[in-house]
Ligand binder design. Sequence first.
Ligand SMILES: Nc1ncnc2c1ncn2[C@@H]1O[C@H](COP(=O)(O)OP(=O)(O)OP(=O)(O)O)[C@@H](O)[C@H]1O
Length: 259
Amino acid sequence: MQVSGLSVALGGRPVLDGVDLSVLPGWTAIVGPNGAGKSTLLRTLAGLQVPQAGTVELQGRSVHRMHVVERARHLAWLAQQGHTTGELTVRETVGLGRIAQLGLLGTPGPADAAVVAQAMALTECAEWAQRRLQQLSGGERQRVLLARALATEAPLLLLDEPTTHLDAPHQVALARLFDHLARDSVQPRSIVTVLHDLPIALRADRVIVLAAGRVVTQGAPFEAGVRRALEEVFQGAIRIEVDARGRSRVELALDEPQA
Ligand SMILES: Nc1ncnc2c1ncn2[C@@H]1O[C@H](COP(=O)(O)OP(=O)(O)OP(=O)(O)O)[C@@H](O)[C@H]1O
């Protein structure tokens, strides 16, 4: 995906200001302070927010000009407050993801059921297949909505705060799942996540630091420029160090006096 000169204004205020970036294969984490424009950027990449200027292209075509079902075949989007119909069961909800491949009128067959079952297994929600969404906790619902996104088989996943509501083991499992999906030998996916959770974000292949509607920097989490940009945009409230294995480790600067 190629993004050029993207500018978005909401309520008469500029929210994104000339954003240029390329979504490369692998896992990309978008991070930055509250109000930086992260969700707006993701919505615009997903074709849901029309920009005042600039383009978002997938394989040379504007996502904003694609028909909604065609777009769903190319990319899956998970909202920060994911929309669900509480009356549906988990299996039915995940099954909705198949509309991306079948269209609105298609009839799912055994191959579709297998994709749905695999998506539920990957996010560990298969054991609730018959339960209704309204009977699930926030974290459980989040995993079902992620399974719905996986069931689309779209090669690009745009996920807004996918770790929200998840307990620590499931956050870790999700980071491993993103690694696994990005490196799958049969069906590798590009994954873009908006994340406040910096320890998870720093496990991504690539980090985009956004502040005040602009890309401050982008690169691998171990790059000094990325670490410096993060410490700066978060105003010294975090410290990032690189460990012996070359991994970036983040810590809240709880014991240091704030300037
Ligand atoms: N519908 C809207 N009308 C006017 N302003 C909006 C609207 N939606 C968002 N904004 C403003 O746009 C800016 C960016 O919002 P956005 O949700 O993209 O930020 P974010 O980086 O995802 O923030 P957070 O980390 O708090 O989720 C904020 O200042 C927000 O108040």
